[in-house]
Design a protein around this ligand. Sequence first.
Ligand SMILES: *[C@@H]1O[C@H](CO)[C@@H](O)[C@H](O)[C@H]1NC(C)=O
Ligand SMILES: *[C@@H]1O[C@H](CO)[C@@H](O)[C@H](O)[C@H]1NC(C)=O
Ligand SMILES: *[C@@H]1O[C@H](CO)[C@@H](O)[C@H](O)[C@H]1NC(C)=O
Ligand SMILES: *[C@@H]1O[C@H](CO)[C@@H](O)[C@H](O)[C@H]1NC(C)=O
Ligand SMILES: *[C@@H]1O[C@H](CO)[C@@H](O)[C@H](O)[C@H]1NC(C)=O
Ligand SMILES: *[C@@H]1O[C@H](CO)[C@@H](O)[C@H](O)[C@H]1NC(C)=O
Ligand SMILES: *[C@@H]1O[C@H](CO)[C@@H](O)[C@H](O)[C@H]1NC(C)=O
Ligand SMILES: *[C@@H]1O[C@H](CO)[C@@H](O)[C@H](O)[C@H]1NC(C)=O
Ligand SMILES: *[C@@H]1O[C@H](CO)[C@@H](O)[C@H](O)[C@H]1NC(C)=O
Length: 425
Amino acid sequence: MALASSSFSFASHFAPYAVSLIILHLVLMSNSSAMKHNGYVGHYVHHRHCAASNASTPRLYRAYLPLQAWKRVIYSDPYNFTTNWSGLSVCDYTGVYCTPALDDNETTVVAGIDLNFADLAGFLPDELGLLADLMILYLSSNRFCGILPMAFSNLTLVYELNLSNNRFVSPFPAVILSLPSIYHLDLRLNEFEGLVPPALFRNGMDAIFLNNNWFKNTISASLAGNSASVLVFANNKFGGFLPPGIADFADTLEELLLTNTSLSGCLPQEVGFLYKLRELDTSSNNIAGPISYSLAGLAHLEILNFGHNMMEGIVPAGVCTLPKLTNFTFSYNYFCEEDGICQNLTAKGISYDKRENCLPEKPLQRSQKECKAAIEHPGYCYEHLCHRTGTGSFGSAFPFAPAPALGPKPLPPSPSPSPSPSGIS
Ligand SMILES: *[C@@H]1O[C@H](CO)[C@@H](O)[C@H](O)[C@H]1NC(C)=O
Ligand SMILES: *[C@@H]1O[C@H](CO)[C@@H](O)[C@H](O)[C@H]1NC(C)=O
Ligand SMILES: *[C@@H]1O[C@H](CO)[C@@H](O)[C@H](O)[C@H]1NC(C)=O
Ligand SMILES: *[C@@H]1O[C@H](CO)[C@@H](O)[C@H](O)[C@H]1NC(C)=O
Ligand SMILES: *[C@@H]1O[C@H](CO)[C@@H](O)[C@H](O)[C@H]1NC(C)=O
Ligand SMILES: *[C@@H]1O[C@H](CO)[C@@H](O)[C@H](O)[C@H]1NC(C)=O
Ligand SMILES: *[C@@H]1O[C@H](CO)[C@@H](O)[C@H](O)[C@H]1NC(C)=O
Ligand SMILES: *[C@@H]1O[C@H](CO)[C@@H](O)[C@H](O)[C@H]1NC(C)=O
Ligand SMILES: *[C@@H]1O[C@H](CO)[C@@H](O)[C@H](O)[C@H]1NC(C)=O
């Protein structure tokens, strides 16, 4: 749920184009909510909305060629999405949306394509570069494979690109970095691999979904100038630790989801500077060390998940009294003490999971043996027990800096986690 909950504020971002964008968005939104209510893509409703329903303008004709080229390389279309993609009336094609052009409000152009959940198999041909008026491209939940054509660099107006849940296999598609308007990027649930280029975090992006791929990052990059409100990296092979430079997202970041990304080291206290955060999930990693008291500053935080790590020390009251907190999970760690009201989260109306820690007199905790092994190690339950190498300046490394050579103190291996990252599938 949370993964798709990015707040969308295109109107302020694209004020000059607001009218076209709002029309396009309303059309697409009404369709996807219709789709949600039906729960069945076979009932997909196509709203007629084109003023000009024939290819009378050269710009509509220019869209005819790439759409036909695309149809030729779609080898399976079980729901007949492209069956009526014939003739010059491209605005009537299922999933194709037209609006007045941004640069000429009397000319109708193909501005959106929504083939989410169409289950199409095929690939994306070079000719798609001719769809130069396209602003929105939704291709989620199909069986497209291969790579993104370089000709995509022509799609200079595209600001929302949803390629999630397909079969793309390649390194990070660099052509995306050349799209000047890109704002909302969803690559989740593919087989992209290799490094995520630092440039992705510099170009005015709002939401970046990379979860459930094979990305592996050890890069360093400056974070200056980034503007994302949603970063979802879950279920990748990032490794390394979360650098203090994450603080550079403070003015925008609302969701940071890092579950199952092979993170180690400590959570930097700078996480507490992300004052707009509504959801923070670093579960199912190898994060050690305490919960920083700085987290008490996250006044908008609703969901906090530290489950399945190797964290320890005191659960601070400042976190348990966060005004918006509704769900606090810290099960499967080595916390040894709960400060004040943390002992009774029920009284605060907070859903919680504190199983399998070392909390005295709480049910379902780790065995004394396991906890003793942790407690006997010096530094247990103290702040500052993590080595913070490479933390000279904010923004020096992201995502993610290599794990510090002097890692956090060794703890007994955590039991093999069986997380249930809800919403990330
Ligand atoms: C097709 O375009 C022509 C020329 O602009 C216009 O006169 C005609 O009404 C249009 N037909 C339809 C069905 O919109
Ligand atoms: C798609 O079209 C074919 C041929 O017209 C038809 O047999 C099939 O039932 C259609 N499928 C759906 C899901 O409408
Ligand atoms: C294609 O199908 C949609 C939905 O059934 C319909 O609204 C549209 O008019 C059709 N387009 C053509 C060109 O037949
Ligand atoms: C179209 O653009 C012209 C010139 O920019 C402007 O005067 C006119 O009001 C616009 N029409 C609409 C419907 O937005
Ligand atoms: C890019 O778009 C222009 C029209 O705006 C077109 O002439 C050109 O062929 C396109 N390039 C590619 C690589 O598709
Ligand atoms: C992108 O696709 C996902 C499903 O993989 C869906 O949940 C999400 O709403 C889509 N986003 C947009 C903007 O289409
Ligand atoms: C964790 O991420 C890896 C990919 O890095 C994936 O193969 C695995 O299924 C994920 N685990 C869960 C529980 O989702
Ligand atoms: C709280 O969060 C955990 C972990 O994400 C989730 O499993 C659980 O269902 C949530 N509880 C509620 C009441 O939303
Ligand atoms: C937690 O607080 C509630 C309401 O304030 C109270 O009824 C309950 O007995 C407390 N539980 C414990 C374990 O202190």
